[in-house]
Design a binder for this molecule. Structure first.
Ligand SMILES: [Zn+2]
Length: 76
């Protein structure tokens, strides 16, 4: 079922990647904070263990990306 925000626009589905809500999906106004600020979680909160695992993985990805960036920079 299509869900509309206060602007009468179709909401967008996103996934949160913040430390406290990693992996939890939500719907929000397509215009974000510039729109009507419509926001609703569509998933139940991620358990503490799940959050710890996801944020650990995110930190590893960030480190790897830094790594690759340096590697590419040195190639030039
Ligand atoms: Zn809106």
């Amino acid at each position: 079922m299509d869900e509309l925000c206060m602007c009468r626009l179709l909401v967008v589905k996103r996934t949160a990647w913040t430390e406290n809500n990693a992996g939890q999906r939500f719907v929000s106004c397509v215009k974000g904070w510039n729109g009507c600020n419509y926001f609703r979680w569509t998933d139940p909160p991620v358990c503490a263990r799940g959050r710890a695992v996801i944020s650990g993985l995110l930190r590893r990805i960030e480190r790897n990306e830094e790594c690759c960036y340096i590697w590419f920079a040195e190639k030039d």
